[in-house]
Design a binder for this molecule. Structure first.
Ligand code: ADP
Ligand code: MG
Length: 320
């Protein structure tokens, strides 16, 4: 199949059409309109076979995941996703693979009212780059740089499941089948916190999505905001699958150190604490308060049941 045939078959005329897209796939550029009073939020993430996913990942999951991780960045800024473009590098044009991949991609794009407006297709080792664009009212984006001492630190959901799925496979851990299945489903089909991000706009003081691990991503907020944090490890939400599968130290390493779950981490001041909880619950999100911002520049004070706590060993370094 030639490049243009492939594009025509799998991308052109598929997926939703937005009214703000004057020109989608088919010309040298797409043309879109950003509504007045809004800013364009733009993000790019690349997934490389063997680095970010196992080569035998189901293609439908890969199509979902590559869109999800990009929408998660938009969510972390409080932006509403609108358009994506897709850089696709394929070792060969496997029709069955492409059918499932594009199905996974279009499913999640449609769910979030996102139009695929263009891309590029080349031959080479399997690599997928998505550039996602969203809109956010001017000046209202959630940044990493505005957490303040005394703010409460929240996460939007359980952490460590993606890590459990990956470690189980890499280390051949013998998990209960239903726990492995649940963790793998979370890794394959992460749900970006798109609604939560927009709810947090105007309420949270800062936000980030947890892609590299709770502590690593929290550090980005601390450095940008010139503050520190106290974190209660025992408050960090974990799924039943993770709790049932690993001992406390191993679970903590995954939930605090792994990432890939794409929950949001955000800070909120005392005045807006209740409002944030109430509003997020209206959207089916159960935010959990795990700590507080301190003045100790860049430092994370980690506690477990009120006592100083350290993550042990390097048993679970990131998939690389
Ligand atoms: P050009 O040579 O001008 O870059 P291409 O032949 O690469 O054009 O692409 C033709 C059209 O198809 C463009 O509108 C481009 O955005 C779109 N396109 C190419 N590859 C993809 C893809 N993988 N997904 C979505 N759109 C694509
Ligand atoms: Mg091109």
């Amino acid at each position: 199949m030639k490049e243009f045939e492939l594009i025509n078959h799998y991308f052109k005329g598929r997926g939703i059409i937005r009214r703000d897209v004057e020109l989608g796939i088919g010309d040298d550029c797409a043309l879109v309109s950003v509504p007045e009073g809004n800013q364009l939020a733009v993000t790019t993430d690349t997934l490389v076979a063997g680095v970010h996913f196992f080569e035998d990942i189901p293609p439908r999951a890969l199509g979902h995941r590559v869109i999800a991780v990009n929408l998660s960045d938009l969510a972390a800024m409080g932006a509403e996703p609108a358009w994506v473009s897709l850089g696709l590098t394929l070792p060969n044009a496997d029709m069955q693979w492409l059918e499932a991949f594009t199905e996974g991609m279009h499913e999640i794009a449609e769910y979030y009212n996102v139009q695929v407006i263009g891309g590029d297709t080349t031959q080479g080792p399997l690599t997928i780059t998505v550039c996602a664009k969203g809109i956010v009212p001017a000046g209202k984006a959630l940044k990493r740089s505005s957490a303040r001492v005394g703010d409460w630190i929240y996460v939007t959901g359980p952490l460590g499941d993606a890590g459990l799925a990956i470690e189980a496979r890499k280390r051949d851990l013998q998990l209960e089948p239903q726990h492995y299945k649940a963790a793998l489903e979370k890794f394959h089909f992460p749900a970006p916190r798109v609604a939560a991000g927009q709810v947090l706009r105007g309420l949270a003081t800062s936000a980030i999505d947890i892609s590299d691990g709770l502590l690593a991503d929290l550090k980005h907020i601390l450095h940008s905001s010139h503050v520190g944090a106290k974190i209660h490890a025992d408050k960090v939400p974990m799924s039943n699958a993770l709790r049932s599968s690993l001992d406390e130290d191993a679970r903590m390493q995954l939930a605090l150190g792994f990432g890939d779950d794409y929950e949001l981490l955000f800070t909120v001041n005392d005045n807006n604490k209740n409002a944030v909880e109430t509003r997020l619950k209206q959207y089916g999100v159960e935010p959990v308060c795990i700590g507080q911002i301190t003045a100790n520049n860049g430092d994370i004070q980690l506690l477990n049941q009120g006592l100083p706590y350290q993550l042990t060993g390097q048993g679970f370094e990131h998939f690389s």
